[in-house]
Design a protein around this ligand. Structure first.
Ligand SMILES: [Zn+2]
Length: 199
């Protein structure tokens, strides 16, 4: 199990975790149990786990819960979770193609995370706080291709699911390939780079 103690002053928005959980459908009770075990959310009478959409929850606990879900249920479910997160997210009208879509992930990520209870991005001031990594996108000139470099504490498959879901919003043929797969956060590299391309 990875150690996330360095992230103890960071939080994630409840709406975010609830969206992840809702992706499980019939399995949400099982995933919810792991989250409750990691001291995230409260248990309803029917056994489901509930999050306060506007409340901040400890990021390290969320990351541990996702790691445990990945260990117990496999990486396919993790891809579904992060894809669901994207499906339920609302984006401004300026996000209208695959380039602006992938570029907007970093801001959305910082809006949905906080340090000491203060969101890491303020739409009012445009200021962004540091400490949880970034989604950096670089369109490849003359090609239907975008390189995405990611150094968040989320897992490689989680971020793959997230970026591919965003790409599919605008380009249903989009595919995602891990560049230099040996250079991966799974093997201790600081970042992963993905190539997103479409027809
Ligand atoms: Zn990776």
């Amino acid at each position: 199990m990875k150690n996330y103690d360095a992230l103890n002053s960071f939080q994630v928005l409840g709406a975010n975790i609830q969206n992840i959980l809702d992706a499980f459908g019939a399995f949400s009770v099982l995933a919810g149990k792991i989250m409750l075990d990691e001291k995230l959310g409260t248990q309803n009478a029917d056994g489901t786990t509930l999050f306060d959409a506007d409340k901040w929850y400890p990021l390290a606990n969320n990351l541990r819960a996702i790691d445990r879900i990945q260990q117990e249920y496999g990486s396919i479910i993790i891809r579904q979770m992060s894809a669901a997160l994207l499906r339920n997210a609302k984006f401004p009208p300026s996000v209208n193609n695959i380039e602006s879509g992938l570029a907007s992930v970093d801001v959305a990520y910082h809006i949905n995370h906080a340090k000491n209870g203060v969101a890491l991005f303020s739409p009012a001031t445009g200021q962004m706080g540091e400490g949880i990594g970034h989604y950096t996108t670089k369109p490849v000139a003359g090609k239907k291709q975008i390189l995405c470099e990611v150094n968040t504490p989320y897992s490689c498959v989680f971020d793959q699911g997230l970026l591919l879901a965003m790409a599919h919003r605008f380009q249903p043929t989009a595919t995602l390939v891990h560049q230099n797969p040996t250079q991966c956060r799974n093997s201790g590299f600081p970042s992963c780079t993905y190539s997103v391309s479409w027809k």
